[in-house]
Write a protein that binds this ligand. Sequence first.
Ligand SMILES: Nc1ncnc2c1ncn2[C@@H]1O[C@H](COP(=O)(O)OP(=O)(O)OP(=O)(O)O)[C@@H](O)[C@H]1O
Ligand SMILES: [Mg+2]
Length: 345
Amino acid sequence: MTSGRDSRARLHVVTGKGGTGKTTVSGALALALTMAGQRVLLVEVEGRQGIAALLGTAELGAQEQVLATTDTGGRLSGLAVDARASLVEYLATNYRLGRTAGVLDRIGAVEFATSIAPGVRDVLLTGKVYEAARRTGRHAGSGPSTESVYDAVVLDAPPTGRITPFLAVNREVGHLATRGPIRGQAETITHFLQDRRTVVHVVTLLEEMPVREAIEAVAELTAAGFHVGSVVVNRERDPIVTPGHLRRVRAGTDALVASVAADLDAAGVATSSELVTALLAEAVDHTARVDLESEQAALLEEVDVPVVHLPEIPEGLDAPDGELGGAGLRRLVESLPTEVTEAAG
Ligand SMILES: Nc1ncnc2c1ncn2[C@@H]1O[C@H](COP(=O)(O)OP(=O)(O)OP(=O)(O)O)[C@@H](O)[C@H]1O
Ligand SMILES: [Mg+2]
């Protein structure tokens, strides 16, 4: 931990194509930072749970709450930001509506605002993150009250397809509000999100579509003035055959059929030509997948940001009861390089 903390937390925004591992990587990153002794807030904005099972903690709620503390001095808090609750809170504080905001909520005005104007919804969601990352206060054991409450905020963010408009809330609300509090707030938030202390991590698998989306997202985010911290290649498998094997399968000679049959014979397996053909068909499929993965990996190497690799965890990731992060998640934590954990300046 550093002495003399900054007055705002580092913000890690985790995006990626749907299903590639945004929530998993957010959980691993938050756990890594907590285990390193930091005070971390893990935020989700998609209204999906999954983090609780991954971490073995309580579900994230609409109010910030401490999920776990570590003997390294770390503290992990969680928050599930809800646009509707944020709007009511926003109206109550900015327009001093007080209980009237609750009435608006009941008559459906909130539904209207949040469904009609996605830009407004995003200002509310990112506004909440902004507020938490900049909040200061006095800590146990004194210290100046200008210290930020969190060292880091990890945001389990919308997928790559929506991430740039989500972060560029300023641009999005421009046509809705040319002035007034929403516009002013949007500008402040965008400025905060473009600061060096905010970085975006783009999660992908070594498959064509996720890689394409990741590369596009890096270009789009960079052009829009955001800092991409890393591309995270998730679920990498250890090779199960050698390059020599792959070469022989690619060559696909009759000699290979004969040698596989002979090897199986020697191992005491009763063979038939169907069996050998079926096995070789699987080998051909496997080789094609390995080739595709290396093509995709090569495309990612062209991107001008650090690429980090996380292994496939065959045993799954859910934490056993009462344990903060199971063995699987902890393996991911160990695989996260400092390029990721230290990314935000
Ligand atoms: N490294 C890994 N090893 C094994 N399983 C993984 C790994 N990473 C993610 N998974 C599994 O893949 C599935 C999708 O992961 P996750 O929920 O993190 O993706 P996501 O991008 O958040 O998805 P969504 O777009 O639905 O929010 C989950 O079942 C998760 O446990
Ligand atoms: Mg998710």
